[in-house]
Write a protein that binds this ligand. Structure first.
Ligand SMILES: Cc1cc2nc3c(=O)[nH]c(=O)nc-3n(C[C@H](O)[C@H](O)[C@H](O)COP(=O)(O)OP(=O)(O)OC[C@H]3O[C@@H](n4cnc5c(N)ncnc54)[C@H](O)[C@@H]3O)c2cc1C
Length: 505
């Protein structure tokens, strides 16, 4: 058996694990990072990136905190939210300190907080709580991959150890303290890690079919070809199987909420790129952002469609349908409107305002075998092809068209500017699934990122950061929310501060 002695062992080399490693090394601790995959950054941190920092101004931080907590109905852990917000202002200088310049930033003044869709786009207004920093993309937008690489280089330069292809499999607890972990190296040898503290930063669980099934979701491929109903747009084979969560639960750690995050998606050939799920091949991603008529499989409306640019709300509402998928339906006049007048909401990655040849794009995608995109001559055909209950769909459309004519949505009071009737052939539909970037949560921590046991007491020497405990900032919804880099960085710093102080005691 191989033995490694260190002060702090870190499980995972994503944004959370590596920001913790760099910070702890700079504070003088000995650090060894263990990573399951053959390189740093995993399948999720290797992303395009915009990050958020709440500026270090008390009034600003207080407003951000209150907005976020009110949004979660104070169901989130207030100490975790507070410490994340308080430490997020360290992010811009930390990234610049790695020798990386931002491609741009958007400074959001105090009085504007909470007035726009949050985190740049796609989130509730209550998440519009800080300044945005944009990274220069490389290749297909892997801005954060550069940060991970630079952090890994810094870890090495500061004398830290990086052990790739060496997954941690369990934690070692003696009495009430965690004193290390067991890992397997690439030759299959057991590695005993003796550490004064362990930081778990091993990400989420988007590849764990059993945990997803507990949420009533069946993981599927990028084409949703096998009757599944949840699809992720991270890079292929991320191998995120909640290893950290399971290791923590095994030694008595409390379980916190686990969730699929909010990014509703119409999957399949022609829309979603196979290897890089967040890349969309054409403007159909923008189409599915729009607040036209949305119905469930029973042919009924289920949300005020003006929410369609808030991915968290849409995914929550879609998840609340029986089938966990829904349809956007519109007609030829609306297709023309998107081309001639422009769309109601743009998609934040591809900011197309006016679309080109919507019908041709539908035809192309259908010709590629996409089973979730429909174009028909009649509404009856649309019901037949989609499987939406025909009678109910026709009734809903009749009622909805009446709302459009009178300029008032008596069902959900949708803003009248988003009322577009469904009348003129051809008819279009997209089947949209619960989905997201990844799945997150499972480890219960306090504001110092110390891991809690089933009695909510601190497990000495054990800390967690990033996606593996992200549910603590959303109040544990089953879907909605999202793991975000601002949390991973901030909790990376916090765990490093706390673990270093602990080991240096
Ligand atoms: C497509 C996409 C786009 C995104 N864009 C943005 C954005 O623009 N802005 C933003 O703020 N957020 C964005 N996010 C979210 C953000 O990237 C994540 O929240 C963040 O990177 C999570 O970091 P993490 O370190 O907590 O987890 P991860 O990045 O998942 O890192 C966990 C690491 O632990 C490793 N690991 C797992 N099990 C073990 C084990 N047993 N032993 C050792 N190592 C293990 C994994 O291989 C991985 O390297 C995006 C996510 C995706 C998927």
């Amino acid at each position: 058996m191989k033995i490694i002695n260190t002060d702090i062992a870190i499980m995972g080399s994503g944004l959370a694990g590596l920001s913790a490693a760099v910070t702890a090394l700079e504070k003088g601790a000995r650090v060894a990072v263990f990573e399951k995959r053959p390189f740093q950054g995993g399948g999720v941190s290797n992303t395009p990136m915009m990050t958020l920092a709440v500026r270090d101004d008390q009034a600003y931080k207080d407003k951000a905190f209150k907005l976020h907590m009110e949004y979660t109905n104070w169901n989130a852990n207030p100490d975790v939210v507070r410490s994340w917000i308080d430490n997020s202002s360290r992010i811009p200088d930390f990234i610049r300190g790695l020798g990386i310049e931002f491609a741009g930033s958007m400074m959001n003044p105090l009085e504007e907080l909470g007035t726009k869709r949050g985190y740049g786009a796609g989130f509730p207004n209550a998440f519009h709580i800080g300044d945005y920093y944009y990274l220069k993309p490389i290749g297909q937008g892997h801005g954060a991959a550069v940060i991970c690489k630079k952090m890994a280089d810094r870890v090495k330069a500061l004398g830290g150890e990086l052990h790739f292809s060496t997954p941690i499999q369990s934690l070692i607890k003696e009495g009430d303290k965690v004193v290390g972990a067991l890992a397997k190296d690439k030759e299959g040898n057991t590695v005993q890690i003796n550490a004064k503290a362990v930081i778990v930063a091993s990400g989420g669980f988007s590849d764990d079919k059993e945990l997803l099934a507990e949420l009533g979701l069946k993981l599927t491929d990028k084409n949703c070809s096998d009757g599944g109903n949840v699809v992720f747009n991270h890079f292929c084979n991320a191998q995120l199987t909640a290893d950290g969560q399971k290791a923590v639960w095994k030694i008595g750690g409390a379980r916190s909420g686990m969730a699929v995050n909010g990014h509703n998606m119409c999957p399949g050939p022609g829309i979603v790129a196979h290897n890089v799920g967040w890349i969309h091949r054409n403007k159909l991603r923008t189409v599915q952002e729009q607040p036209y008529l949305w119905v469930n499989h029973k042919g009924e409306r289920f949300i005020s469609e003006e929410q369609s640019d808030c991915h968290m709300a849409m995914v929550t509402a879609i998840n609340n349908t029986k089938e966990k998928y829904a349809y956007l339906v519109f007609d030829e006049d609306t297709a023309k409107h998107m081309e001639e007048d422009g769309v109601e909401y743009f998609y934040f990655i591809f900011k197309a305002v006016k679309l080109t040849d919507v019908r041709k794009q539908f035809e192309e995608v259908i010709a590629k075998g996409n089973k979730h995109v429909f174009l028909t001559d009649t509404l009856e055909d649309l019901a037949d092809q989609t499987g939406i209950r025909k009678e109910a769909l026709l009734k809903t459309i009749e009622t909805y068209n009446g709302y459009c004519d009178q300029g008032y949505d008596a069902q959900y009071a949708k803003d009248p500017k988003y009322l577009f009737p469904v009348r003129k052939s051809k008819f279009y539909a997209m089947r949209v699934f619960v989905g997201g970037y990844h799945a997150y949560g499972g480890i219960k921590v306090n504001g110092r990122c110390e891991v809690l046991d089933k009695d909510f007491d601190v497990i000495q020497g054990l800390y967690a950061a990033g996606d593996c405990c992200a549910s603590e900032i959303y109040g544990n919804p089953p879907v909605g929310g999202i793991g975000v880099s601002t949390l991973s960085f901030a909790q990376g710093f916090i765990t490093a501060d706390q673990a270093t102080a602990y080991v240096q005691q």
